[in-house]
Design a protein around this ligand. Structure first.
Ligand code: NAD
Length: 285
């Protein structure tokens, strides 16, 4: 076990709520910071839904373990109180550099000197944020995948300033909360996962948009010929088509063409993926 005991998660949206719940489920004392009362209300709802999901999907979770997790999980709307005794702060707030920098600048003045700060950012490099933390040696990225109770990788990526002991402590912490730690040895946009996944998803969209092969056939060849359990369009449906659409629309000509194809054929018809009941495939609600 690492020296980390008390964990504070800043941000209680999709990922923040999952990270907080999984950490509490794994035995840590967790405070989840929500920006306001409405956000705290939504967070309670998310935790209740996660408890139900764990009972359904996580082996052994039915034996009162989710109740124990809930008892170790505290919500707060007071940032100073939430981080006053934190060994580790995991930040999962919107993917906007200015909001992150502003939040870290506040955290820098509120958290004890010993506290490690970790960002769950998917696309921002930690070096773009590190100065705002006031403690670049105790700051790094800890990147989870959505639905962390089953897609349980945690990519750990520091900057050139990150203390190797802090990096190692986070590798250990990731393992302690049931993740498979993936150390990323140098800063890399997209970490390992998205460096592989984004080109795959774009190539799949290009095949379908160009009329070369239907989405279901693209998936079929990927599954059968590589032994992978899912094809790229099944992955699109799980991610939700909005996220790739938003990323593609900010790209060059090729990416914007693919974004438009997603919009006209799927988004405009309410086909957003698993969450809406239909994307490239249909799902039972
Ligand atoms: P989200 O929009 O669901 O949640 C963001 C949360 O931050 C909300 O609870 C919001 O109330 C809160 N918030 C807004 N401003 C804040 C502030 N100033 N201080 C504190 N909290 C504030 O977003 P998300 O999908 O959970 O993403 C959060 C982070 O996790 C992003 O950096 C994203 O790149 C990363 N991430 C997301 C996914 C994913 O699949 N959604 C996967 C891996 C990493």
């Amino acid at each position: 076990m690492s020296t980390i005991r008390k964990v504070t998660v800043v941000g209680t949206g999709v990922l923040g709520s999952q990270i907080a719940f999984q950490s509490a489920y794994s035995g840590f004392d967790v405070t989840a910071y929500a920006v306001n009362d409405q956000s705290a209300e939504q967070a309670s709802q998310r935790f209740a839904e996660l408890a139900e999901t764990y009972v359904r999907e996580v082996p052994g979770a039915a034996d009162g373990k989710t109740d124990a997790a809930a008892a170790r999980l505290h919500l707060s709307t007071d940032l100073a109180a939430a981080v006053a005794d934190a060994d580790l702060v995991i930040e999962a707030i919107p993917e906007v550099l200015a909001i992150k920098q502003e939040t870290y600048a506040r955290l820098a003045g509120l958290a004890p000197a010993r506290t490690i700060f970790a960002t769950n950012s998917s696309t921002l490099l930690p070096s773009a944020i590190k100065e705002a933390t006031g403690r670049p040696d105790r700051f790094l990225a800890l990147h989870f995948a959505n639905q962390i109770w089953k897609f349980n990788t945690a990519e750990i990526m520091g900057t050139s300033d990150t203390d190797p002991a802090v990096f190692d402590a986070l590798v250990q912490f990731a393992a302690d909360i049931g993740m498979v730690p993936i150390p990323v040895r140098k800063e890399k946009a997209g970490y390992v996962l998205n460096s592989l996944l984004v080109p795959l998803l774009n190539a799949a969209a290009e095949l379908a948009e160009g009329g070369y092969a239907d989405p279901h056939d693209v998936d079929k060849v990927w599954r059968i010929a590589t032994g992978a359990p899912m094809g790229p369009f099944q992955i699109y449906d799980i991610i939700g088509l909005n996220t790739p659409y938003n990323i593609l629309s900010q790209g060059g000509e090729r990416e914007r063409r693919l974004a438009n194809w997603l919009k006209e054929n799927y988004l405009d018809q309410g086909k957003l993926g698993v969450a809406s009941g239909e994307g490239f495939y249909k799902y039972e609600k």
